[in-house]
Design a protein around this ligand. Sequence first.
Ligand code: HEM
Length: 230
Amino acid sequence: MNTKQSILVWDIPTRLFHWLLALSFVGAFITAESERTRDLHLLFGYTLLGLIGFRLLWGLIGTRYARFRSFLFSPTAVRDYLTSLLTRQPKHYLGHNPAGSLTVFLLLGLGLLAGITGWAAYNDTSGGEQLEELHEGMANAMLVVVFVHIAGVVVSSLLHRENLVRAMITGRKQGEPEQGIRYRHAWLGAILLATVAGFWYWYPQTLAAPDTHAQVAQRMTHDDQRHEIH
Ligand code: HEM
């Protein structure tokens, strides 16, 4: 007997995290090249870093399918899942499937490294370019994984006849009632959203504020060093 019904799989903080992360990544990427959009680039970059910090914590203490241990798979499990896709008899997972989980960990890891190297490059007073190149490399690698991630979502959705994008919006999938999570954690979602909104309101003001003498002096030294190198 099929007892499947609409059940809650993704809590609100996880869904908000996802769409804010996607927005921050796209925002940071398209504002990366021009000096005119540098402040926006910093805003999106710091948001991305903060979001990943939150997700690392939520992966340890969050709800069932948001916890890392629910989607830690062995290489064999990833291989078996990919083989099952080729034979068009994919094994179904309510949370992240083994191939999807690989892209999730890669995106979190690369996002963290891109954010840290970006911060380090911006605050680097030695004028070296290695950090900048490393930062760009991380961001480009992340872009490649994002494309693989989106392709994987489309393929899985088609093969399982399950709209994964809608599930990441509503939080719901078809499953047995006892497999669902109980709480949406709307309060934490509200805190996450308020924190991001607060940061977006506050951060531009710190950039617009007149610099202290120490900051001006530091920037001048930084620029001098750059000129000496070039
Ligand atoms: C239009 C673009 C995107 C779509 C449609 C999309 C869709 C999805 C879907 C459906 C899932 C859940 C997969 C599952 O059921 O196993 C997911 C998870 C995830 N996606 Fe995306 N995604 C997009 C862009 C991005 C971008 C740009 C990033 C990162 C830069 C990203 C990072 C992630 C991460 C980290 C997860 C895991 C969520 C969690 O467990 O917290 N996605 N995405």
